[in-house]
Design a protein. Structure first.
Length: 249
């Protein structure tokens, strides 16, 4: 299929994990892809997989100034967007007694404030019929111990999808959420846990998934592309959960 032939798509945090897989899937279906991330080396490596027209832009997903700078850079190059995947995020877990203000601020800056102001800044660049997909999480629903800050940030992001969708519909733009369950991506190595705790945590999580396995980035990317394509034009302000049945227990 070439659902995105002649389309331009932005993927924040598109240099690794779900973001990179989605960016590659968009490119495979004909899109010109723009990715952002903080690490220049991984950005450069990712860009090589996305075709000659791809752009890779270093950007801090938690900075309002950076959000506005990205929009200004795209506008200066006369780029307009047909789809945006707000994927960049952070996941650090800590039990309630160990949560510090810095963890709260960093999590909400990157997972909530950054996405909100990025969408605000990009709104003038959206083409008629554009689609915005937010990367949520089932942690917003299941009450997993030690995930309070992360879960709260994702719950806020899911709520934003509904209100922003209502505000952007007059512009012909849709906003929806994909909320993955446990997926095999590099983010699990960034939870702030030591290797033994991480292994135990992964085993405990896996035991709670009815399908008996972690998801794959490609499975999440397929839903992102569905929500970004015109075929899902009647889906508005909705959250799709892809968690192997975990939240149904």
């Amino acid at each position: 299929m070439n659902r995105f032939e002649g389309k331009t798509v932005l993927v924040t945090g598109g240099n690794s994990g779900i973001g990179l897989t989605a960016a590659q899937a968009f490119a495979a279906e004909g899109a010109r892809v723009i990715i952002t991330g903080r690490d220049e080396a991984s950005l450069a490596a990712a860009k090589l997989t996305l075709g000659s027209s791809a752009l890779a832009i270093r950007n801090d997903a938690g900075s309002v100034a950076a959000a506005r700078e990205l929009a200004q850079q795209l506008a200066a190059e006369h780029i307009r967007l047909d789809a945006v995947f707000i994927n960049a995020g952070i996941a650090k877990f800590a039990p309630l007694p160990d949560v510090e203000e810095t963890l709260w601020d960093q999590t909400f800056d990157i997972n909530v404030k950054g996405p909100f102001f990025q969408i605000q800044a990009l709104t003038p660049l959206l083409n008629q019929g554009a689609s915005i997909v937010l990367n949520g999480s089932i942690n917003a629903h299941i009450g997993m111990p030690a995930s309070s800050v992360y879960a709260a940030s994702k719950a806020a992001l899911i709520s934003l999808a509904k209100t922003l969708s209502a505000e952007l519909l007059p512009r012909g733009a849709r906003v929806n959420v994909i909320s993955p369950g446990p997926v095999s991506t590099p983010i699990y190595g960034k939870l702030g846990l030591d290797s033994a705790t991480l292994a135990d945590t992964a085993a405990q999580i896996k035991s709670q998934i009815p399908l008996g396995r972690f998801g794959e980035s490609s499975e999440i990317a397929a839903t992102v592309l569905h929500l970004a394509a015109s075929e899902s034009g009647f889906i508005v302000g909705t959250e799709i959960i892809a968690d192997g049945g975990m939240s149904q227990l």
